[in-house]
Design a protein around this ligand. Structure first.
Ligand SMILES: [Zn+2]
Length: 354
């Protein structure tokens, strides 16, 4: 939780769209909120009034996970909020299940195209059709090599082979690629304005935030959230990755977006204070780096040893797997910057020391 949240402002106060309804944030830009069956219990999705190929309608940004509850909520939105117009395209910021989950259903239901970065499209197809890298034995071995030793947890991670596919059973067969810096017009005929893609690394393979300078809006996806810090994890398919450096560099580049922009995050409420939030996130990770450095200066630590240093609360298995990913991300960043040394000990565990 962000202890400095009071430095941000929430221009809508506690106003929020009800289930199955939308809330207009700017002309032709509407906020949709869907339930999620996790500790993080909601996701924000966006509707943009649009016109494509001479047809008036709507663009959807992000989809929610695949389940009956989310499908039913969309049907309510379609009945209540589209003014009888069709959905013309589906844009997905990144490949995580709460964002791309229902893209297959939405694009089939409306016979329209998915727009997404190429890397995230391909990563989603891989994750949805195989267990490679996203769970199962390989993830368990990876966490074990970073010191997770509880046999029950390892057994459960090993068994969780269907995690992604359960929320993303299918990914559309085709897509339209979006690239960093690409601008495209959205709006009804005669009232269009440009949205510009901002690439972000470290949270997902090739996350796209969308900035509209005319309307003063940034759809930030998961790259900048007001209340929680974005998950930045190392996973087993790229064990020596440095996602935290990529993430911090990415949010630095977001300072190009004006400070008074209204940020539309995937979780939490629309807020102002983008540059302040970037400062806070940088400070948050600097504090974690300092804690990790001082722990490793006292004795060699594995990523599992670091968990109680970085996370002061009790973690369940789901939280532990995320926390392990984050712990390894901080250790890898310090190791790859030459500030920590890494050893592979006789017990097969990586430990880090100054
Ligand atoms: Zn995400």
């Amino acid at each position: 939780m962000n202890a400095l949240e009071h430095q941000l402002s929430y221009p809508l106060g506690d106003q929020m769209p009800e289930a199955g309804r939308t809330l207009e944030l700017a002309p032709g830009v509407r906020w949709v909120r869907m339930r999620l069956p996790f500790a993080l219990d909601h996701i924000n999705l966006w509707l943009l009034r649009d016109e494509i190929d001479g047809r008036e309608g709507w663009t959807i940004v992000d989809c929610g996970i695949t389940n009956d509850d989310t499908r039913a909520a969309w049907e309510q939105v379609f009945a209540n909020e589209l003014g009888g117009l069709p959905v013309l395209r589906v844009i997905v910021t990144h490949m995580h299940p709460d964002h791309i989950g229902l893209a297959h259903w939405l694009t089939q239901r409306w016979n329209c195209r998915l727009w997404i970065s190429s890397t995230d499209y391909n990563a989603a197809r891989l994750a949805s059709s195989s267990t490679t890298g996203f769970g199962g034995g390989s993830a368990a071995r990876f966490m074990q090599s970073h010191g997770l030793s509880d046999p029950d947890s390892l057994e459960k991670i090993k068994a969780r082979t269907n995690y992604y596919a359960s929320m993303v059973p299918q990914v559309p067969d085709s897509f339209r690629r979006i690239l960093d810096g690409q601008a495209f017009a959205v709006g009804s005929a005669g009232a269009k304005s440009e949205w510009i893609c901002h690439v972000g690394y470290g949270h997902a393979p090739e996350h796209m935030a969308l900035h509209n300078p005319t309307l003063g809006l940034l759809i930030s996806g998961d790259m900048v959230l007001p209340r929680i810090s974005t998950n930045v994890s190392v996973i087993d398919i790229e064990p020596e990755a440095n996602p935290l450096e990529l993430y911090l560099d990415s949010i630095e580049r977001m300072r190009a977006v004006p400070a008074d922009t209204l940020v539309l995050p995937s979780h939490g409420k629309p807020f102002r204070g983008l540059h302040t939030r970037i400062d806070q996130l940088r400070q948050h990770h600097d504090e974690r780096f300092a804690e990790v450095m001082s722990a490793c200066a006292e004795a060699p630590h594995s990523a599992a040893d670091i968990l109680p240093v970085m996370f002061k609360r009790q973690l369940d298995l789901h939280q532990t797997t995320f926390a392990m990913g984050e712990s390894i991300a901080h250790l890898n960043a310090l190791w790859l910057a030459g500030r920590l040394r890494r050893t592979l000990d006789a017990d097969g565990v990586h430990r880090f020391t100054v």
